[in-house]
Design a protein. Sequence first.
Length: 492
Amino acid sequence: MPPSGQTGFIKIFTNQLNLIQSLQKVKAKIKHKMTRDKKETDQDDKERLDFEHNEVDVISSLPNEILCRIISFLPFKSAVQTSLLSIRWKNLWKMALLKDGTKEEAVTAVFNFLNDFPQLHQPRNNWGLQYNFDQGSVLFVAIAPAGILHLDFSAGKQESQRQFSLSLGQNQRIYYYYQPSLSTAFNLKALYLVSVSHVSSEMVSCLSSNIPSLESLTIAKCNGLQSIQLGSNSELQKLTVLDCLQLESIRMHFNLQFRLKSFRCRGRVVCFKYYDEDPLYYRYPRANDHSHLELKDAMLDFRQGPGYYGINIPGFESITHSIRWVKTLTLRRWVFEELILPELNLLGEGFCKLTELWWIDNSPERYNSNALISFLKLCPRLTRLYITIDPNSYNMANIKMSSIKVTRPMKLKHLKAVKLEGFANEEEEFDLAKQLKEVLQAEPLIIKWDGTVRSLTKVQNQLKKGTDPYEYIEQRVENLNELCPKHPHMDH
C-alpha cells in the first residue's frame, strides 16, 4: 500500500478508535443511569451501540499481523489505549511496539524505526518502541514533536557501576555493528539519553555518530559515566548533564566551544578539557585564552559538591569566564564563594546581560544573605530573582570560606520580582527583603512559594515611633505567571 493510501486508512482507523472511546463513555453513563433507576431504560441507545459495535467488529476480526501494523502507526499513547477496547485488543499493542534482539542489532532497529517515521506519521504526539536485548536489558525509544529523540535504558536490569566514557558526535565505526544511515527526511534536533551504562555506551556512541544535525544533548542518570567526549563534527548548541554523579570531565573539540551556547549541569563539579586533533592530547583552558565559551544560558547546580578534583578544579576559570555573558543562570552559593569569587578579576564588568537568576542556598542556621548581596552587585540588569533554600544541598562547612568581598556600589534598577522558596519562617523572608534594599533602586514584588504577593513598604508612622519602619503589604496581581514565570531551569 502506498504511503498516501496508508495515511488515509490510518486516518479512518483513528476516527473509529475515537468513536469507540466516545461510545465507551456513553456506555458508562447508561450503566450508571440503569443502576440508579432500573425502571428507566433507553432501548434506542442500546440498539445504536450494538449496531456500531458490530460495525467495529469488522476491524477486530482482522488477523493479528494487520492489526499490529495498524497499531504501529498510532501515537504511542493511543496505541496503548487500544488495549481497553476488548479482550481481543488487550495485548496487541505490545506485539506491535515491542521488539527483541541482540545489542548489536539495536542500532539497526532504532534507525529503521526512525527512517520509517516521517513517511507514516505526523509528529504531533509521542511515538515509541521498546527494544529488549541481552537477557533483561531494555531500550525504550520515544519520538516527540520537533525532532526530539529519547533513548531510555532505565526500565531494564541495572548493571554494576562499572566506569565508562561516552564518545558522541565522532565519525567512528564500531566493527561489529552494521551501521545504517539516518534518513534526511527525519530532521533530528535533540537527543535525550537516560541511564546509559557501560553495556550500552558503544551502542549510543554509534547512534550519535549518525546524527550530524544534533543541536541539543541531554544526558541523565548514567551510573558509572566518568567522562564525555564531544566531537568536532557536532552542531551542538546546548548540553545538559543531570545526576551523573561519577562524571569527572567533559572533553570537547576546540571548534565546539564556538558553537555551544547553553550548558546545564546538576550533580558534582566537572571540568572542561579541550583537544584539537587527537582526544588523547588535551589541555585545560587557561584564564588568558581568548577562545572561551560564550554561554547565554548556564545552570551550575553542583548540589553534590566538589567532584574528583576537589576544590582545586583544573580549568574551572574557563567556566567562570564563559558565564560572563549569560542571560539565564542557576548558581549555588558555595560555588560562588569558593570557585567564582577567587577569580573575580575574570568577570570584568560582571554579569552585565544577566536577567534571570536562580540562587540556591543551604542555610542550616539563620539565613545569611551576604553572599547573595555580593553577587547581586555584579548583576546590573537583573529583572527576576528566584531564591531557594535547599537543606539537602552540599554543606561547605568543612572548606575554607573566601575572604574576598564585592564592594561595587551598584544599585539594581530593573528588578521586578523576587520569588522565595524553602525559608524556615516568615521572619527570615522579611529580614532578607530588608537586606535586599541595600542593592535595590527598584521596588520589586516579593512572591512566596504559595503565590502570596507582597511589597516591602516603609511606614512613616512607625518611623516616628522608633520601631521598624518596614512592613509587608499584600498585593493583588493579575497574570502573575507573566510577571514571574517559572525559572527555565526548574523544569529539570
